[in-house]
Design a protein around this ligand. Structure first.
Ligand SMILES: [Zn+2]
Length: 413
């Protein structure tokens, strides 16, 4: 039995005593329970005990001195595309010069640009570059992550991406969930015959993904210029037959029905939500689908932010993820997501932390093991440098305030 004791914690944040709490909604999101002057004991990778320093138990555990830093649960990043071939800074420069994301996409840029580059790259090369990104974000405090396919867009290349994710799962210290996103964009050669591509997703990709057990979830980019609500429904119905739950890219580019179709098909989450109004909020209230904002994307593309404040004020849960990808969010640092949520969406620091921890865990069906300081959950925590307050984390945007990351009770170097 291997135990680790973290002592001299200025405040231990993110405590949820009841392990059956899966998410936080509405006013609960502003509550982030804490203990000042605390210790935390992790045994065999699992949170065993915590309390005030005066009650520190006798133990032979390895001691880590938090040195008056804060301790929080690791971030859960429920939406990423970290398996990709090349960065896309040439498109970034095109946008600076005035081209829109959709114009760049129509000119062969965007997702199709990433697809072309990924198709030309070997599985081993893809694995090595994605592995580097995975360990990069772990150092930034991410303690579980979702990774999507969707830059393959052929049967073989979608499978190649998902096999890379499967290999990452085998070597990763953190939990990874895989999402099949064959319906990310219509490839150029199918532009005049989109039905043929949808049939490829339904009749070739999905059965093979399921047969090799390569994904937990199925995603569709349901938005203008991408997939319609009807096409999305057909794909989700088929995916369900293969046991894949839905996670949807919706309402990034317009009020396109993505939220409603996600709720109708009991999607685990609907992500983006830049265009969310009363109808979408009403729809979300009638289901259990987690709304997920991706503020990096709004920051980077200069598009509206998802109305996180209104979503929470409507009594709903709200989650935040990085959307780490080469086109619209080339950054996986979740503390920056927290800063943007506070500065741009007007979330409180407590709400933003809940949105990136327990609610992220819900969006990946990991609430029983991740996302809070709870006895019996995994010992995945961040120890901060010496900082004056919790609010200092989003306040100091872009600054690295993490001293140590602990995954399954072990320090990450
Ligand atoms: Zn995405």
């Amino acid at each position: 039995m291997k135990s680790v004791l973290i002592k001299n914690i200025k405040s231990l944040y993110g405590i949820i005593q009841n392990v059956s709490i899966q998410k936080k909604s509405g006013t609960e999101m502003n509550m982030l329970d804490s203990i000042d002057n605390a210790y935390l004991l992790i045994t065999d990778g699992i949170i065993k005990d915590f309390g005030v320093m005066n009650d520190l138990p006798e133990t032979t555990a390895e001691v880590i001195d938090a040195n008056n830093g804060y301790v929080l649960p690791c971030f859960i990043d429920s939406h990423t595309h970290i398996v990709y071939a090349k960065s896309r800074e040439e498109e970034f420069v095109m946008r600076i010069k005035g081209k829109s994301y959709e114009e760049i996409s129509e000119a062969g840029g965007g997702i199709l640009n990433s697809a072309g580059k990924l198709q030309a790259m070997s599985e081993d090369e893809l694995f090595e570059s994605a592995k580097a990104r995975l360990f990069e974000v772990i150092k930034f405090g991410t303690g579980a992550i979702e990774i999507k396919s969707g830059y393959g867009l052929t049967v073989e290349d979608e499978l190649k991406m998902l096999r890379v994710i499967k290999r990452l799962k085998a070597i990763s210290p953190i939990t990874i969930k895989a999402t099949f996103l064959g319906a990310h964009a219509i490839p150029t050669e199918y532009k005049q015959n989109r039905e043929a591509y949808i049939n490829l997703v339904l009749n070739d990709m999905l059965p093979k993904v399921a047969a090799e057990n390569l994904a937990e979830y199925c995603d569709v980019f349901c938005d203008q210029g991408f997939f319609t609500v009807d096409e999305t429904e057909r794909i989700l119905i088929a995916a369900k037959q293969y046991g894949l739950k839905a996670k949807i890219h919706g309402n990034e580019l317009g009020y396109t029905g993505g939220v409603q179709v996600a709720v109708k098909h009991q999607a685990l989450s609907v992500d983006h939500l830049e265009y969310t109004g009363e109808a979408e909020i009403t729809s979300l209230k009638n289901g259990n689908t987690m709304p997920v904002g991706l503020p990096n994307c709004s920051f980077f593309l200069g598009i509206p932010y998802a109305p996180g404040r209104q979503i929470i004020d409507a009594g709903l849960p709200f989650c935040l993820a990085s959307d780490y990808n080469p086109g619209s969010s080339p950054n996986g640092r979740m503390s920056f997501v927290v800063s943007l949520a506070c500065t741009q969406m007007k979330l409180t620091p407590e709400e933003a932390i809940n949105a990136t921890t327990i609610n992220g865990a819900y969006a990946l069906e990991l609430s029983h093991t991740h996302g809070s300081i709870t006895k019996g959950k995994l010992g995945n925590v961040i120890i901060t440098k010496q900082i004056p307050s919790l609010a200092f984390i989003p306040y100091s945007f872009g600054v690295d305030l993490i001293e140590t990351v602990i995954i399954n009770g072990a320090k990450i170097n």
